[in-house]
Design a protein around this ligand. Structure first.
Ligand code: TRP
Length: 365
């Protein structure tokens, strides 16, 4: 059987878990912006990790389903383009589940339990009450599943937020081990040479966004839906301005020297054009007659100019017609994704001595 014709472009895989109903500015600067930029240069696969959503929402399948459709709409509105990129629905890619099982054999159990991303999640989501009794076996397993999500598509690059780096590290480790054990790649072959040296898996690299960690409106925690400190991509213009206006800096007057690291100035830095941001920052720290109110108004305008086209596109996707479009996008994405993922699984099984004959790709939904 021949391989899928290699695309002229290297591949990207990244994804979102549909545990929340909407994307916010943290997602935008952390990863979406990179995805938008890389759509032309790379063959992109964007995964909706709907099986992973069951690790914390198993009792709310209807919510997961609604969030799944919502995420696809959000992606479309942001400008991710299903004509150029492939949208992948995790639950319809059987090779990912099989690969999860196989890769699990090569990842030490203790390493999963020490994974800093998992540990942070256990803390922030309050999953440690009752000494682990409150989360299912599937929760730590999702870290292994994420290795499979990625490796099924044999990508070179994984655009993610900083919080996901531990997962990518684990994914690199298991890919290295697999290639060494089952593909005869020598221990001294550097990661970037693995594919050329006969490894099934290129060793993927994380690509963290321009702003690795966007602070929330509270000025303390990372922007997050569950902490109630987020500006959503589809908040109304009025809502955005209202949220900005509520930021507190403790500054009293336009001539009081301000703290350039406070939440307001972090947003200025993240969203205003470079020169304007530098000018405001200088005047702010010097107390050079610049009021918080003025900065808030200007920031609100810049944010709304960024978000308005997305809001308009997102509004058009509301309702049944939008739902039908989402189903079309999912169907064609699943079809394409299964071809690649089945090929990876076949290569992996052959490497492991499990190649007992060919089977058909999972039939598309
Ligand atoms: N765990 C990721 C998050 O919560 C989502 C995700 C699932 C993902 N599978 C992936 C990201 C594969 C990158 C690659 O944001």
């Amino acid at each position: 059987m021949s391989l899928v014709p290699p695309s002229a472009k290297p591949r990207i895989l990244t994804g979102d878990t549909p545990t929340h109903p909407g994307l916010h500015l943290g997602h935008y600067v952390g990863s979406l912006e990179n995805r938008l930029r890389l759509q032309d240069e790379y063959d992109c696969y964007f995964l909706i990790a709907n099986v992973h959503a069951f690790t914390t929402l198993a009792e709310k399948p209807a919510e997961i389903r609604a969030n799944t459709i919502g995420i696809v709409k959000d992606w479309l509105a942001v400008g991710l383009d299903p004509e150029r990129s492939t949208f992948v629905l995790q639950s319809e890619i059987p090779a990912i589940a099989e690969l999860t099982f196989l890769l699990a054999m090569l990842i030490p159990f203790n390493k999963v339990m020490r994974n800093p991303t998992l540990k942070t999640e256990i803390e922030t989501k309050g999953l440690n009450r009752g000494g682990g009794e409150t989360y299912p076996f599937g929760f730590p397993m999702y870290a292994v599943g994420q290795c499979a999500d990625i490796l099924a598509f044999r990508p070179e690059l994984v655009p993610v937020g900083e919080d996901q780096e531990a997962h990518i590290e684990m994914c690199r480790d298991v890919a290295l081990k697999f290639n060494q054990l089952y593909c005869g790649v020598g221990n001294r072959v550097p990661a970037e040479e693995h594919a050329r040296a006969g490894g099934v898996f290129p060793i993927p690299r994380a690509k963290v966004g321009r702003v690795a960690r966007l602070v929330g409106l509270d000025g303390v925690n990372k922007m997050s839906k569950s902490l109630g400190n987020a500006i959503f991509l589809y908040d109304s213009a009025k809502e955005v301005q209202k949220k900005i206006n509520r930021i507190t800096t403790g500054r009293q007057s336009p001539t009081e020297p301000g703290d350039a690291a406070n939440v307001l100035m972090q947003y200025v830095e993240a969203f205003m054009p470079g020169e304007r941001a530098a000018d405001l920052k200088r005047r702010y720290t010097e107390g050079d007659n610049i009021g918080d109110g003025h900065i808030k108004a200007e920031l609100g305008e810049v944010l709304n100019a960024l978000l308005e086209p997305m809001r308009v596109r997102r509004a058009k996707l509301d309702g049944a017609e939008g739902d039908a479009m989402v189903m079309d996008v999912i169907r064609s994405g699943v079809k394409k994704a299964n071809v690649v993922a089945e090929e990876t699984l076949r290569l992996a099984k052959e490497g492991m001595g499990l190649g007992f004959g060919e089977r058909k790709a999972g039939s598309p939904i």
